[in-house]
Design a protein. Structure first.
Length: 208
């Protein structure tokens, strides 16, 4: 096993890099993607994850072990629960924020896992949770796509690096996704709107 497969990486010390085969496999399931996000905000036990995500403890345990083995989760200090029993929670290592093309080359159904996880989280949070959105249609070359991705991800990375200083503020979730349209190219007399944006002042749910 290589060092990149076994050693947790903290966002402050890491640089964006390609995912290993083990990391790609670990992120190829929407439930595991959600577990990583949840454990990035809270230290949660296997049972708490199962309850939060609506799965049985055995299923949760299996997925947690996959994430621990890939370096995305790690055991947090043992604590005493409300009943007085000892609990063994898990927390995110921060590694998932610093992978480039984490699911590139994976099975198409597996590569859609982060999108499925985001859809589930947004559906549970509800329409009132949306703080802002941008919907756009652009004509882009491969070079344009690379530059757009680089610039947007750079801004996101800046906020990721400083997120610990804002732990007292509401948790917001988001996803940047660019896809090739399935629509036919518009004719010379049609010109679809290039950009639509919305901003809502409602609060954002902390739910997974």
């Amino acid at each position: 096993m290589s060092e990149s497969d076994s050693a947790p990486i903290h966002p402050v010390d890491a640089k964006r890099r390609p995912a290993t085969v083990k990391e790609t496999k670990a992120l190829a399931h929407p439930l595991r993607v959600r577990m990583v996000r949840l454990c990035g905000q809270y230290e949660l036990t296997n049972k708490q994850l199962a309850d939060r995500l609506g799965v049985d403890p055995g299923t949760a345990h299996y997925h947690v072990r996959q994430l621990v083995d890939a370096g995305f989760l790690e055991p947090a200090p043992v604590r005493t629960g409300e009943s007085g029993a000892l609990e063994k929670p898990y927390r995110s290592t921060g590694r998932s924020w610093w992978l480039s093309d984490a699911l590139a080359g994976s099975d198409p159904s597996e590569g859609f896992a982060p999108v499925e996880a985001f859809q589930q989280e947004l559906a549970e949070a509800g329409p009132s949770s949306i703080a802002t959105y941008a919907r756009f249609s652009l004509h882009l070359s491969p070079e344009d796509i690379e530059e757009l991705d680089r610039r947007i991800v750079a801004v996101i990375d800046e906020y990721v690096e400083t997120d610990d200083s804002r732990r007292d503020l509401p948790v917001h979730g988001g996803m940047f996704l660019l896809h090739r349209s399935a629509d036919r190219e518009p004719g010379p007399t049609t010109k679809p709107p290039a950009f639509a944006r919305g901003l809502h002042s409602t609060g954002v749910s902390n739910g997974a």
